[in-house]
Write a protein that binds this ligand. Structure first.
Ligand code: GLA
Length: 649
């Protein structure tokens, strides 16, 4: 039966390069750039949580909280005011002034307050006529505004891209860099042009200490993952005083689970991203604080090496990201972006480590160390990551790996019986004894071991497998159902994460928007059903559609066909609500194989007809890719999407 691995996409991307970024990748500055960001800057910014709802009280309280919470001790330093700090008019001399209601004491007083706590103050403007919120901004006022910032004691400028009048980015961002340099004050220059003009190729040269690589993050898993995907290949451009910025952290803002935020923090850390918290520091729970301040994780982010972590393996939902550390070790993130728990792994060799008899694997979040001969692997729950530093060494407990697999091909119909296998591998140097294996399924399912669940001795290099017969109830609902192993052994215990998808075969000629997808990953917002992502009626190039799905790119929406359908038809396009903006590539995958591709579809263009033979396909995936730019305005839609299947509904 078809195995759900998206094998076509499987690619091992090669070992981590240990080459230190040289002058050819961090081009020399034409602007005198003060070395203010030799490691990625750390701090806080008001935008993600507060948007325009800011005032000087918030900034003062945040500075206090940064100190009292331990964030400052962990390395966070910049307190950054984003958009909406300025008054709607410049003063009589043409200078920006603080909003008299929000910041009655003025920015200098706020800067003094922040400085008195050993912290630094950041501010915001746009390389346009107005900020993104319509307030006065700095295009053609660079000298005046930079002088004001310096006079107030500002230490960092985030310089946005709204209302830029279509003028060249290089010119606009250079003008501000020159103006900042002319003040003589040390001001970190954060370039925020959303990756629109490949800033990684020029922002360092015009004095930028870091630059946004993408559109805005939102507090959603899909947004975080879509931004992550846009970091691939940018590692060559990052180094001291020149960092790629995948946007600020959403950790603690409530839109993701703790495990999702842990993945966000792990990935941003290994990417050498500026760590700019975006939550309310005055009201953090312990879990949020722990995620933001883990010393081992921050140490990976702040490591000198100047080689940004990057993706070294990708098998669809499972990815390995790695970064060589300056002490010769390697940091690694094992990332599961899918909805089913799974084992993710790599090896010491793939991490670029020298040959050794054994390696110490430190789990940065759990604060444990195990010893492995070569494998670095873990069972990772859905939407989660594990993070390690690996180096030659022999001190620690024996590395044990668990895994849960099954013979279903990924899909089970209600009432079906199948075999699940729990495997336990000894990756270390010493035997593991008294192994006991259990498997749990959701309530109402039955699980029966087919063989002994105890293994007395598991020698190094050996894997033991225990089979279970599992039956899903006839009433099992569509969707992913977890199968969770509990593996105990002398001196240790670990979980194993697996899952099966319950799915029912479509019959007759259903609209796709009337079917429950097996999974839906979208780049922004949530999946629109018979509505646009903004909740409007579906409309492409002036034509309205009653039926269709609206997954904002980058998106993958998966449907189970169970070899039961013959034809998929739809129109692929971008909703008129973007006002002719956006660019998306649409792809139809059947069991991992490309069945149809539209090429780039632009906002305003009529829906491109898609008509695909899906005979024999188990799993249909509708992919909306971000097109040649970023995913701003990518309101992709599959309109009139319909299947032709066996049977009558
Ligand atoms: C843009 C930026 C955001 C934020 C807002 C403020 O969208 O990319 O990070 O600064 O503007 O209006």
């Amino acid at each position: 039966m078809y195995r759900r691995v998206r094998g076509a996409l499987l690619a091992v991307l090669g070992a981590v390069s240990l080459v230190v970024v040289g002058p050819e990748t961090t081009a020399s500055s034409t602007v005198e750039k003060p070395p203010l960001a030799e490691t990625p800057p750390m701090g806080w910014n008001s935008w993600n949580k507060f948007h325009c709802d800011i005032d000087e009280e918030l900034i003062r309280e945040t500075a206090d909280a940064m100190v009292s919470s331990g964030m400052k001790a962990a390395g966070y330093e910049y307190v950054n005011i984003d958009d909406c700090w300025m008054a709607p008019q410049r003063d009589a001399e043409g200078r920006l002034q603080a909003d008299p209601e929000r910041f009655p004491s003025g920015i200098k007083a706020v800067a003094d307050y922040v400085h008195a706590r050993g912290l630094k103050l950041g501010i915001y403007s746009s390389a346009g006529t107005k900020t993104c919120q319509g307030l006065p901004a700095s295009l053609d006022h660079e000298t005046t505004d930079a002088a004001s910032f310096a006079e107030w004691g500002v230490d960092l400028l985030k310089y946005d891209n709204c209302n830029n009048e279509g003028r060249p980015a290089l010119e606009r961002y250079t003008a501000m860099a020159d103006a900042l340099a002319a003040t003589g004050r040390d001001i970190v220059y954060s370039i925020c042009e959303w990756g629109a003009n490949k800033p990684w190729e020029w922002a360092a040269e015009v004095g930028g200490h870091y630059w946004r690589t993408t559109g805005d993050i939102s507090d959603r898993w899909g947004s975080m993952v879509a931004i992550l995907d846009q970091q691939v290949g940018l590692e060559a451009y990052s180094g001291p005083d020149a960092w790629n910025d995948p946007d600020m952290l959403e950790v603690g803002n409530g839109g993701m689970t703790t495990e999702e935020y842990r993945a966000h923090m792990s990935l941003w850390s290994i990417l050498n991203a500026p760590l700019i918290a975006g939550n309310d520091l005055r009201a953090m729970d312990a879990a949020t604080l722990a995620l933001l301040t883990d010393p081992d994780v921050i140490a990976v982010n702040q490591d000198w090496a100047g080689v940004q972590g990057h993706k070294i393996a990708d098998s669809g939902d499972l990815e390995v990201w790695a970064k060589p550390m300056s002490d010769g070790g390697a940091a690694v993130v094992l990332f599961n972006r899918g909805v089913a728990g799974a084992q993710v792994g790599t090896t010491a060799a793939a991490l670029g480590l020298p040959e050794a008899r054994a390696y110490a694997v430190r789990d940065l979040w759990a604060d444990t160390t195990v010893v492995t001969r070569s494998q670095v692997r873990a069972s990772v729950p859905p939407h989660a990551a594990r993070m390690f530093v690996v180096k030659p060494g022999r001190h620690g407990a024996t590395a044990v790996a668990s895994d849960v697999a099954d013979d279903t091909g990924g899909y089970v119909e209600p009432g079906e019986t199948f075999t699940a296998r729990v495997s336990v591998a000894n990756d270390g140097l010493r035997p593991v004894t008294d192994v006991r294996v259990a498997l749990a399924a959701p309530d109402g399912w039955t699980v029966r071991p087919d063989e002994k669940t105890k293994i007395r001795v598991l020698r190094p290099g050996r894997t033991a497998t225990v089979r279970f017969t599992v039956t899903a109830p006839a009433t099992a609902a569509n969707g992913t159902h977890a199968l969770t192993a509990d593996v105990r052994y002398r001196g240790g215990r670990l979980p194993g994460y697996g899952a099966v998808s319950i799915a029912t075969r479509p019959v007759g000629t259903p609209w796709v928007s009337d079917l429950a997808p097996v999974s839906a990953q979208v780049g922004w917002g949530s999946l629109g059903i018979d509505k646009s992502v903004n909740g409007n009626p579906l409309k492409i190039a002036g034509v309205s559609y009653a039926k269709g799905i609206a997954p904002h790119a980058a998106a993958e929406v998966t449907y189970y066909l169970g070899e039961h359908c013959t034809r998929f038809t739809a129109g692929a396009g971008i909703d008129d609500e973007t006002r002719n903006r956006g660019s998306v590539t649409f792809t139809v995958l059947g069991d991992g194989k490309v069945l149809a591709e539209t090429g780039v579809v632009l906002g305003g263009q009529p829906a491109v007809p898609v008509d695909v033979n899906v005979t024999g396909v188990t799993e249909l995936v509708l992919v909306a890719g971000v097109g040649p730019d970023n995913n701003n305005s990518d309101h992709s839609e599959w309109v009139d999407a319909k299947l032709t299947c066996e049977g009558v509904s």
